[in-house]
Design a protein around this ligand. Structure first.
Ligand SMILES: *[C@@H]1O[C@H](CO)[C@@H](O)[C@H](O)[C@H]1NC(C)=O
Ligand SMILES: *[C@@H]1O[C@H](CO)[C@@H](O)[C@H](O)[C@H]1NC(C)=O
Ligand SMILES: *[C@@H]1O[C@H](CO)[C@@H](O)[C@H](O)[C@H]1NC(C)=O
Ligand SMILES: *[C@@H]1O[C@H](CO)[C@@H](O)[C@H](O)[C@H]1NC(C)=O
Ligand SMILES: *[C@@H]1O[C@H](CO)[C@@H](O)[C@H](O)[C@H]1NC(C)=O
Length: 489
């Protein structure tokens, strides 16, 4: 009798559990202190490139002027979204959404036209001061990226991020930013994205040297980041009480099959892409990952080099870089499946794929794989010391339609995975920002791929902004603290 009773009770409970099961995750909510935001970057939205504003030339200005054919649609960013003039309008959009923070970047060559600290462009300082003050007046925290893929051309002519002195120049630039803005800005990100155009040919400076320039750049960025972190600690932190982090833009990587070979190849690929930047900063032991050091050294020797093509970090440098973070910024968009390839000639030795049935976007590299976000968050938690994470970018490209249901689907699925990472896996995710507030200048793709929550009419000189369905959806998500919202029309 007792057994029977227990069985009935069990069936009853499990069927109730089953019925509400579908609701279970839909009732998961973001914590009250979770921060929702949106992201942009200076070169992609500002415009205001004319000489009259005092801005110097960066490597985009330089390369596009030299050859407009490098941009898919032959466009340029001279006006872009004209946020240099229309930032008050942008702030109205941020207020509509109800975001707690706005992540934007500062244009180095707008502040320091020749890249160096001897000549400050006050029109640039005034612009960012107005932007910061207007945000704060409206209850929106500025989160500032110091460097978002736009190096002053004068510094590239000195070798750019392959020149170790860039770490000193970046520190000078950062000192100026802390000095002018740090009294009001509490979230700083040194770098966004790593070394585009050094190991590949798809961005300025188009060096396409994966064997050499790519590693030099990794090395200089690490030291530049660490210098700025220490500068903040030594000079500014006590008075300004902000946080300094770094953003890593990486895909998640999964093995193509469960063979030992592919499992190893997948972890190796994570270390060559994510670990090479994260390990020296976030791992308790610091330094580059062992597997990266070992393979590059072995290959270098075989190829006749007298030293590893990956610059070694000295013991002092390892200590200098380790622990230089208050949070980790993560840009997540997509995932790759990886298999081992013994005959590949590069250091990594893999082939990579994406599945055809993943959600397609307007960008060839971007296919939706939401669970990849939960997995990379777990990998970060387990590989490092469970750092505080801000998802500083996550977003979807289409062709600019206002009824952007595909974007909503993508964002919803990804936010569901973030909720599971927070509640089930106990990953310390503190905030999330959609890329992007506006349709913008999408680098080499010009205006042909659209990531905005708001549409921008690039044919109209006034660059009017229009609400898309996704902006109404995101507004609801922010107020409801869950992606399971319905009545957003
Ligand atoms: C809830 O979670 C279950 C299991 O993780 C999943 O199968 C289901 O699709 C989820 N429901 C929603 C609405 O996301
Ligand atoms: C590999 O194993 C995991 C865990 O058992 C499983 O979830 C996954 O589907 C497998 N992957 C492949 C490609 O077979
Ligand atoms: C690749 O090399 C490893 C180690 O030498 C070996 O175990 C493996 O069988 C090779 N794989 C293929 C597909 O040849
Ligand atoms: C392995 O890499 C080599 C050299 O890059 C390439 O030619 C080959 O196609 C790759 N193998 C596969 C299976 O893709
Ligand atoms: C938006 O698109 C969806 C799916 O294509 C469609 O069901 C819906 O009616 C459209 N809404 C509007 C307002 O056009």
């Amino acid at each position: 009798m007792m057994i029977k009773y227990n069985l009935i009770l069990f069936l009853l409970i499990s069927s109730i559990y089953h019925i509400v099961g579908g609701e279970k995750n839909s009732t998961l909510k973001f914590p009250n202190n979770f921060l929702f935001g949106v992201s942009t970057s200076a070169y992609q939205i500002e415009g205001g490139n004319a000489d009259i504003y005092g801005k110097g030339e960066n490597w985009w200005d330089y390369n596009i002027k030299k050859n407009s054919y490098i941009i898919t649609d032959r466009s340029n960013a001279d006006i872009a979204c004209d946020s240099f003039h229309k930032y008050r309008n942008d702030i109205e959009l941020l207020k509509f959404l109800g975001v707690k923070f706005y992540r934007f970047s500062i244009s180095w060559s707008r502040i320091l036209p020749n890249g160096h600290s001897n000549k400050i462009n006050m029109q640039g300082i005034n612009y960012y001061n107005d932007l910061i003050n207007s945000l704060l007046r409206n209850g929106i925290e500025p989160m500032i990226t110091m460097y978002h893929r736009d190096l002053p051309q004068s510094l590239q002519e000195l070798g750019g991020w392959a020149n170790p002195y860039l770490a000193y120049y970046f520190e000078d630039y950062a000192r100026i930013l802390f000095t002018y803005f740090g009294d009001r800005v509490k979230y700083w990100i040194t770098f966004n994205s790593w070394c585009h155009g050094y190991g590949d040919n798809t961005d300025p400076p188009f060096l396409n040297q994966p064997d050499i320039a790519h590693y030099l750049c990794q090395n200089v960025l690490l030291l530049a980041h660490a210098k700025v972190y220490h500068l903040y600690d030594q000079v500014f932190r006590q008075r300004q009480r902000g946080m300094v982090g770094i953003t890593l833009e990486k895909a998640w990587i999964e093995p193509l099959t469960n063979s030992t070979e592919d499992l190893e190849a997948a972890e190796r690929a994570r270390q060559f892409t994510f670990g090479i930047a994260a390990n020296p900063i976030f791992h308790p032991d610091g330094d580059y990952p062992e597997i990266v050091k070992k393979r590059v050294l072995e290959h270098s020797k075989k190829q006749g080099y007298l030293r590893s093509r990956l610059p070694e970090l000295s013991k002092e440098e390892v200590e200098f870089v380790q622990g230089t973070y208050d949070f980790l910024g993560l840009n997540y968009y997509t995932t790759f499946l990886v298999e081992n390839n013994n005959s590949s000639t590069d250091d990594l030795g893999i082939n990579k794929y994406q599945k055809e049935d993943w959600q397609k976007s307007a960008s060839s590299w971007l296919k939706g794989y939401p669970v990849g976000l939960r997995k990379i968050l777990n990998w970060i938690k387990n590989s490092y010391d469970n750092p505080d994470v801000f998802i500083t970018e996550n977003g979807f490209s289409d062709h600019g339609q206002l009824n952007d249901t595909e974007r909503i689907y993508y964002l919803k699925k990804h936010l569901e995975e973030v909720l599971k990472a927070i509640h089930e896996d106990k990953v310390s995710v503190r905030g999330y920002a959609v890329w992007s507030l506006l349709d913008n200048f999408e680098w080499m793709q010009g205006y042909s791929e659209k990531f905005g929550l708001f549409h921008v009419d690039f044919k109209d000189p006034n660059r009017p902004r229009t609400t898309k369905l996704s902006s109404k959806w995101y507004k609801k998500v922010i107020s409801a603290k869950t992606p399971e919202v319905v009545d957003y029309l």
